[in-house]
Structures are given as C-alpha cells and as structure tokens.
Design a binder for this molecule. Structure first.
Ligand code: AR6
Length: 170
C-alpha cells in the first residue's frame, strides 16, 4: 500500500476550479445552496445542480450525498453538512469527523479516486480552526490507512490562516 500521508496534498485557492473527480461541498441540511463555498460551487456548477439537490431530501449533519458536477471540472460533488459550533459539547467533533469519513466512504462506493475538501464548518458555522484542521487531517489519515481505493485527497483552503494550520500538521 502507498504511504497514506503521500496521498494528502494542500493547496490555497478556489475548490471550484480544482481538477479532481469529486469536490466536497460544505452545505446546509436543505442542500439547496447558501453562501461561502456552497454558493461558489452552485454558481460554478450552474442551475442543474440545485435541481438535482432538490430530489435528495436534504442531508443530516455528518452525512454525505452525491450529485453530478455539471459545469464544474469535477465530475461529482459530495455534499456534506458540518456541525454548527456550539461550544464543543454538542458532539461537534464527532459530527465533523463523520463528514470526512462519510464523504470518503461515498467516494469509495462510487469508484472515485481523487477528491478535494474545503475546510468544512470553518466559515459560517464557526468551528475553531486548529481543532477542525486536526479532525480533518486525522480522520482522513485514518481512512486512508485502512482503504487503499483513494489515490489523492486535496485540502483546498481559501484563506491563509487555515492553509497555515493545515501546513503545520502535514
Ligand atoms: N473554495 C474553497 N474554500 C472556500 C471557498 C472556495 N471557493 N469559498 C469559501 N471557502 P463556509 P461552513 C472557505 O462558510 O462553515 C453556507 O452558507 C471559507 O473561507 O463556506 O461549513 C452553507 O449553505 C471557509 O474557510 O462553510 C451553510 O449554510 C470554508 O470554505 C454554511 O455556509 C467553509 O466556510 C456552512 O458553513
């Protein structure tokens, strides 16, 4: 098995232009769009994306659902819903870990080998950056250590402070 750490990359920038098979959307439970990375993904994918999302019946925090990518370079979008930060005693860390695990699990199920994640919950949902970064990296490493099907996971970070937090861990 390839060294799992070698399968993880970080880049700064816009996830909607990344050339991977699937990008992950930090959505809300309606899956009908919003601001932040969700808004950017819907704008770049075009109106067909929300039309497909309407058929999915929403998504619970920590779960993941798949759509096509339409006008995105990515063929698929994995929609997941991060936890809203409420101080840390409402199971937020478990929910956030589930986002990464379930998104990667869905990718494996669909034969997707390259996938990009934004910093789920680190914007509007207010998760503290260093804690969220640690969960993202640890959960992904654990997943890759026991699943050989994924070739590449790219964390695409919009802001410099979040990019630096990932760089410190990787
Ligand atoms: N590419 C990569 N990362 C981005 C991009 C982009 N184009 N745009 C923003 N980010 P947020 P959340 C970063 O708020 O905290 C939405 O309205 C952003 O700087 O998008 O999970 C949904 O509909 C931040 O670091 O997601 C939900 O209602 C990170 O992506 C709610 O926000 C996540 O910020 C979800 O909140």
């Amino acid at each position: 098995m390839k060294n799992p750490a070698a399968k993880i990359d970080i880049v700064r920038g816009d996830i909607t232009i990344v050339d991977v098979e699937a990008i992950v959307n930090a959505a809300n439970t309606t899956l009908l769009g919003g601001g932040g990375v969700d808004g950017a993904i819907h704008r770049a994918a075009g109106p067909e994306l929300v039309a497909e999302c309407r058929m999915l019946g929403g998504c619970q925090p920590g779960e993941a659902k798949l759509t096509r990518g339409y006008r995105l370079p990515a063929r698929f979008v994995v929609h997941t819903v991060g936890p809203v930060w409420m101080g840390g005693k409402r199971g937020e860390s478990r929910t956030l870990a589930n986002c990464y695990r379930n998104s990667l699990g869905l990718a494996v199920e669909k034969g997707i080998k390259t996938i990009a994640f934004p910093a789920i919950s680190c914007g509007a949902y207010g998760y503290p950056i260093s804690e969220a970064t640690q969960i993202a990296v640890e959960t992904t490493r654990e997943f890759l250590a026991t699943n050989d099907e994924i070739d590449k996971v790219i964390f695409v970070l919009w802001s410099e402070d979040i990019y630096d937090a990932y760089r410190r861990l990787l």
